[in-house]
Design a protein around this ligand. Structure first.
Ligand code: SF4
Length: 373
């Protein structure tokens, strides 16, 4: 109990904005539901086996919704089996108007992402919304700074946050008023993180539909993580955001891990242990980086709220990491294991990881309340 209080006390207080609750399949988004983590596959969708194996990896990492691109007919036809086998709801990403959206609905997708501004023919949009309504398929209105409709661009001169919000509000109102359909969520993405923040903030003042938050074209693992953390961290602190997609030019599984790290550091959601590690210095007596990597990978399979530490020396390590539940510190050919700041074991370097994992399991037996169900 003492530890739980200690863990909770270090997070900022976030008061989430109350949004409507919508459903993608069985997954509820908005309201008081947890901020849902989603990602998008990077395999050609028609390669069913590869796509399903990526979805399985995403699911194992904690992904709750998955989006797939449907650029062509063969990708759409693959959806039936993908939806059937996927452990999480599947959202089809429809970039341009056409018949592909209808076909995706026929294959059983639970969500559709559209950019209504790209529909030249309004009647096609109406037909598609009607078809979504019949099947209760959730529609994401995905506004992107790079593809705003010409009349909005003409009015606002450039794809400003206000222009993006104008487009989003217009389409939400249109679908609500004309179709009386509310199973909607909205995104307003720009590759500029501050524009993204402004657009979501402005929209959140005008609407209570749940928001899918993310920065588009954010780049590779390092620049993309920085941009996403700035934008999404800022928005979450303001209470804005109901589902998160961290877009990265990287393995999509990394998107899920980054999303959970952002949520964890705001005290909004935890799925697996936090692993802290020292940056190493001249006192380090062990090859710390591979050791840290092994602990991180192992810890991702433990669904528990824990703080683990991997430290480079026995002199300063346990003290510097005294807030961790458990930790290891390396010495010359040996390592020590500490629990809540106290050294409990000294073991040979080659036995260190195995002994540490056993101690973590023992700790969890003593603290079953730490498991996340
Ligand atoms: S724990 Fe030891 S090795 Fe790591 S940074 Fe601190 S003093 Fe250096």
């Amino acid at each position: 109990m003492g530890n739980m209080r200690r863990l909770v006390a270090y997070y900022p207080k976030v008061k989430r904005k109350k949004t409507r609750v919508v459903y993608v399949g069985q997954v509820a988004i908005g309201g008081e539901n947890p901020i849902r983590v989603q990602s998008m596959t990077s395999t050609p969708t028609w390669q069913i086996k590869e796509t399903l194996s990526q979805i399985e990896r995403l699911y194992q990492a904690g992904c709750e919704l998955v989006r797939v691109a449907i650029p062509d007919e063969k990708s759409v036809l693959a959806l039936k089996e993908i939806v059937k086998e996927s452990p999480i709801p599947v959202i089809a990403d429809l970039h341009f108007a056409g018949t592909l959206g209808f076909k995706a609905l026929e294959q059983g997708v639970q969500g559709l992402r559209i950019n209504p501004g790209t529909f030249k023919d309004r009647s096609k949009l109406d037909d598609l919304i009607r078809a979504c309504k019949e099947r209760r398929v959730c529609v994401r209105i995905g506004i992107n700074a790079g593809s705003l409709e010409p009349e909005i661009l003409e009015r606002f001169k450039y794809p400003s946050p206000s222009a993006m919000v104008e487009s989003a509000v217009r389409w939400v109102e249109y679908i609500v008023e004309k179709h009386d359909y509310y199973n909607l969520k909205v995104s307003l993405k720009s590759s500029n993180w501050w524009h993204t923040v402004k657009a979501y903030q402005l929209f959140a003042r005008r609407s209570d539909f749940p928001l899918h938050v993310g920065v588009t074209e954010a780049g590779g693992l390092i620049p993309g993580t920085v941009k996403n953390t700035l934008a999404l961290g800022y928005l979450f602190l303001k209470g804005i955001g109901d589902t998160i997609r961290v877009s990265l030019t990287a393995d999509p599984v990394e998107e899920v891990y980054v999303a959970y790290e952002i949520l964890r550091n705001l005290g909004l959601r935890t799925l697996y242990p936090e692993v802290i590690a020292c940056p190493t210095c001249g006192r380090c007596e062990i090859d710390l980086m591979p050791l840290y990597q092994k602990v991180v990978e192992w810890a991702r399979n433990i669904k528990a709220n824990l703080k683990l530490a991997v430290m480079g020396c026995v002199v300063n390590g346990p003290g510097e990491a005294r807030l961790a539940d458990l930790g290891i510190a390396g010495g010359k050919g040996v390592g020590i294991i500490f629990r809540e700041g106290k050294i409990i074991k000294k073991v040979k370097e080659e036995d260190l990881l195995k002994a540490f994992f056993e101690e973590v399991e023992r700790f969890l037996q003593d603290h079953p309340e730490r498991f996340i169900t």
